[in-house]
Design a protein around this ligand. Structure first.
Ligand SMILES: C[S@@+](CC[C@H](N)C(=O)[O-])C[C@H]1O[C@@H](n2cnc3c(N)ncnc32)[C@H](O)[C@@H]1O
Length: 240
């Protein structure tokens, strides 16, 4: 069960506003490539693929298999042939993929130990699990939390990097890397503010309406006076 519904409204907001521009996708593709060097026929599982922006971005480099539990997200996927499944039920054979990518998914997974065991089953030995996330306690480099500081309490209810490491450690994984990856989230704060949709962000859905309204006013006031691109840094946790 996700923290939010990922129904038609959430999925439409996500598809409409959360896909990154090509330059930001390239930064992450390069980061993933350092841990899973591209080679003919490598299979990358995009687990919790959502509306398919990452699966599409990786499809030039790897044979991407997308798995996603929400029908509304699957219906809007930019990547074809998304399989039904979740982190505890991956519809793939043992040792059948070379890497696993989870982007902003781990906080929705109800049992990370079970998920780690299931990922261990489908991943070939030695292959990387690549977890892109905002972890508990790691709000400092993410613009959203500057204008919606009330949402930090939601982020702080997410798994920490240490707790994810522990869950995967129980399934035999060890940490290969923990990196902060800067990305251009929007060309300007004005663009960021105009495209913001509450339904596309779990931390904004889980604060009160009054807190959201206050944050939105803060954001629009800042957007009127601050120039320059919005650069965020999310974490990439790599386990093998
Ligand atoms: C914030 S969205 C991220 C989507 C996509 N990975 C991306 O970064 O664009 C979180 C996704 O995780 C999916 N999800 C929720 N619970 C899950 C689970 N237990 N296992 C796998 N995916 C899950 C949701 O349906 C949703 O599509």
């Amino acid at each position: 069960m996700s923290r939010i519904a990922y129904d038609g409204q959430d999925a439409a907001a996500f598809a409409g506003t959360r896909h990154l521009a090509a330059a930001a996708l390239d930064v992450w593709r390069a980061a993933v490539g350092r841990h899973l060097p591209p080679a003919q026929g490598l299979r990358l599982l995009d687990l919790g693929s959502g509306t398919g922006a990452w699966a599409k971005a990786f499809a030039d480099t790897y044979d991407v298999i997308a798995v996603e539990p929400s029908g509304a997200m699957r219906a809007r996927s930019e990547h074809p042939h998304v399989m039904i499944g979740d982190a505890a039920h991956i519809p793939l054979a043992d040792a059948s993929v070379d890497g696993v990518w989870l982007s902003t998914v781990v906080h929705h997974v109800p049992d990370l130990v079970r998920a780690a065991q299931e990922i261990r089953r489908v991943l070939r030995p030695g292959g990387p699990v690549l977890i892109r996330s905002a972890f508990a306690g790691r709000h400092d480099a993410i613009t959203l939390f500057r204008y919606f500081p009330e949402a930090i309490r939601v982020l702080d209810s997410y798994p920490s990097a240490a707790s994810v490491q522990e869950a995967f450690g129980a399934a035999g994984f060890t940490v290969a890397a923990f990196e902060q990856i800067p990305q251009c989230t929007a060309v300007s704060l004005r663009d960021f503010a105009s495209r913001l949709r509450r339904a596309a962000h779990t931390p904004l859905q889980l604060i009160t309406d009054a807190e959201y309204a206050t944050g939105l006013a803060r954001l629009h006031a800042a957007a009127a006076r601050i120039d320059g691109p919005v650069i965020d840094a999310l974490d990439l946790l790599v386990l093998r």
